[in-house]
Design a protein around this ligand. Structure first.
Ligand SMILES: Nc1ncnc2c1ncn2[C@@H]1O[C@H](COP(=O)(O)OP(=O)(O)OP(=O)(O)O)[C@@H](O)[C@H]1O
Ligand SMILES: [Mg+2]
Length: 350
């Protein structure tokens, strides 16, 4: 039987869970729907399907904001539902298998690097103060897990630059000898792209669209570099003037213009880290290039944009949203990586 040891990447957009010796066992939207202010109604993708559609007595919450825990109770409730099972949890899980824990279970949790100690500690407290019997928690620097999961050798004395473009954040980190030399958490990512698209469609077409529609337009039309050829997609929304539902056709050019500023700020942040990189490590990065992860790296030619602006080679991943959680898996499965995880017992954080 496989061991009950889990790695968790609590992303702003989705939660990814790796089970030792099994692999990625859970990947769902990081959302919880609460009814009448107290009872959990749904979690994950099902809660997301209620987002922007729920009546007043159902609140759909996103517990992580900008990579840190913004709603502790909501996040803890979700973790308890995912891991405890039981009849009540089964209703809320809507067909998803719960992941059982026992008293020997351990958790490896990926934590952003460029946040405060209090914000890091909250990830520990989440498990420690939960109703789960397991209290052994290892905190792992997210960029280290990310780099390992992307196939980079993080232990040697070579500088590695990794850029994770997620939903609320872009985390840019310079790694060497299993540690973080520099890291910057930028509050820009896929959500900013969606908001910019929402604004642009409103301005150009007088059409109010939801965040889900904006995201769909992004997935269909977004590009990191302006394309000559025109591509289009239709979107439904509410006309600002008539107040009636309406459909308009949006071009890739409008989407590019909407996202340009946010994409530039990501490029600028990469340049900023490069300027601060010690020369010996710069040479390594010149040689090996930059690794780009996070699901927003699916944006067509966003890697090209970074390549053009920095002159560095770009490494792209096949499943860029899973590199962090796969890296956690590598840490728990390979004793050579043991020192990359901080084992925290209850006493060390009191
Ligand atoms: N094919 C695609 N094209 C463009 N963007 C995409 C695509 N697929 C997913 N995304 C975007 O990727 C983002 C989610 O990325 P990811 O799963 O890496 O974030 P996260 O880890 O949950 O968040 P964070 O790391 O910011 O806390 C969303 O904004 C989503 O719209
Ligand atoms: Mg992420």
């Amino acid at each position: 039987m496989s061991e009950r040891i889990y790695g968790i990447d609590m992303g702003t957009n989705s939660i990814k869970i790796y089970q030792k010796e099994t692999g990625v066992v859970f990947h769902q939207k990081n959302m919880i729907a609460i009814v009448n202010k107290k009872e959990a109604l749904a979690i994950g993708d099902e809660a997301y399907s209620m987002y922007e559609k729920a009546p007043k007595n159902i609140q759909v919450k996103q517990p992580i904001v900008y990579g840190v825990i913004a709603d502790f109770t909501a996040m803890q409730t979700m973790i308890e539902i995912i891991f405890k099972g039981g009849r009540r949890a089964r209703n809320v899980m809507n067909g998803l298998e719960s992941l059982s824990v026992n008293s020997n279970s351990e958790f490896y949790i990926a934590v952003p690097s460029d946040v405060t100690e209090v914000e890091k500690r909250a990830f520990y407290d989440l498990i420690a103060s939960s109703s789960l019997r397991t209290k052994k928690v290892h905190l792992v620097d997210k960029p280290i897990a990310d780099a390992l999961g992307a196939g980079l050798d993080v232990m040697d004395a070579t500088g590695r630059l990794i850029v994770n473009i997620g939903s609320d954040t872009t985390e840019i980190s310079l790694i060497s000898l299993g540690g973080i030399v520099q890291s910057r958490l930028l509050k820009v990512g896929g959500t900013k792209f969606d908001e910019a698209i929402q604004q642009a469609v409103k301005k150009k077409h007088n059409l109010v669209i939801g965040m889900k529609s904006a995201e769909r337009l992004k997935v269909q039309l977004a590009t990191g570099i302006k394309e000559d050829e025109e591509r289009t997609a239709d979107v439904m929304g509410r006309n600002l003037i008539t107040g009636l539902p309406n459909r308009v056709t949006v071009t890739n050019h409008l989407i590019f213009e909407a996202m340009e500023e946010s994409m530039s700020s990501i490029v600028d942040a990469v340049k900023f880290i490069l300027e601060k990189t010690p020369p010996e490590l710069s040479m390594d990065i010149m040689h090996d290039g930059v690794c780009v992860t996070g699901a927003s790296s699916y944006v067509k030619n966003l890697d090209q944009l970074i390549q053009q602006e920095t002159g560095l080679k770009i490494m792209k991943m096949d499943e860029p949203e899973l590199t962090v959680v796969k890296g956690l898996g590598m840490i728990m499965e390979n004793p050579a990586y043991e020192r990359l995880a901080n084992a925290l017992q209850e006493s060390s954080y009191q």
